[in-house]
Design a protein around this ligand. Structure first.
Ligand SMILES: [Zn+2]
Ligand SMILES: [Zn+2]
Ligand SMILES: [Zn+2]
Length: 254
């Protein structure tokens, strides 16, 4: 299995328009973060997790040309605003794209992208089949098994996903105790941390490190990073063994 970090930034991305801080001005490509998203390739499936506003650019940059399914963690714009960019897959396969998201998020997508889901979409509009999920659902993309994981994003219940021995949890504030059994024996845990200081709906770096210690994956990647986190290399130097700051384009083979 191959995991590609398509984007590792928080909702505004890094750099932020108009910000002159040390991180936003850094020439290090690892400090330049598009909105958080991932791409997973298994023996038989090509899976996108989240399609934020940078989706087109991310797929081109990573040279990914296939998409058998899109998994959506939640409805915030930094995770869904790329809906219109699925059209190349429609043209390539002559089929709607399969999108998996929880029931509430499916409803939200239908409202926000009414032109896609109307009775008579205009010619050339994106085409998608929505597959509503529950927090304990297991489903398949071709033969690849996907396990849903419930996490809390502040007051908003959202989804994470486990595919084989990799779990992707973004926009996390809390992982309910009941979900811990779904996170056993992980080779890779991708988990979000916004910055060092606490935030009402995101884990801080210390919070994320505490979860990593508890879950004990072989490797952990920190994603959904704000410019307030600090410079990539400086933060990386403070992390325990096996824990890595994700960066755009990072690739891991399991
Ligand atoms: Zn987000
Ligand atoms: Zn900045
Ligand atoms: Zn969010």
């Amino acid at each position: 299995m191959k995991l590609t970090i398509l984007g590792s930034g928080t909702s505004q991305g890094v750099p932020i328009i108009g910000c002159n801080c040390e991180v936003c001005s850094s020439p290090d490509p690892k400090d330049q973060r598009l909105r958080s998203a991932a791409y997973i390739e298994t023996e038989d499936a090509h899976i996108c997790i989240d399609i934020g506003p940078d989706f087109r650019q991310q797929m081109l940059r990573a040279q990914k040309t296939k998409c058998d399914a899109i998994l959506i963690t939640h409805e915030h714009a930094d995770h869904v605003a790329g809906m219109d960019e699925i059209r190349p897959f429609n043209f390539m396969t002559q089929k709607p794209v399969d999108i998996f998201a929880e029931e509430r998020v499916c409803k939200e997508l239908k409202t926000r992208f009414a032109y896609i889901f109307s009775e008579n979409p205009y010619p050339g509009a994106p085409r998608a089949n929505l597959h509503p999920l529950g927090p304990d659902d297991v489903f398949y993309v071709n033969q690849t098994k996907v396990q849903c994981i419930r996490v809390q994003h502040g007051g908003l219940p959202i989804l994470g996903f486990r595919i084989e021995n990799t779990a992707y949890l973004t926009d996390v504030k809390e992982i309910p105790e009941s979900e811990m059994q779904k996170l056993r024996d992980l080779e890779i845990l991708v988990i979000s941390a916004l910055r060092k200081e606490p935030h009402y709906s995101h884990l801080s770096l210390d919070d994320a490190l505490a979860y990593i210690k508890k879950i004990q994956p072989e490797k952990a990647l920190i994603t959904h990073i704000s410019h307030q986190m600090g410079l990539h290399d400086e933060v990386q130097a403070t992390l325990p063994d096996g824990v890595f700051m994700a960066y755009d384009g990072m690739m891991l083979t399991v």
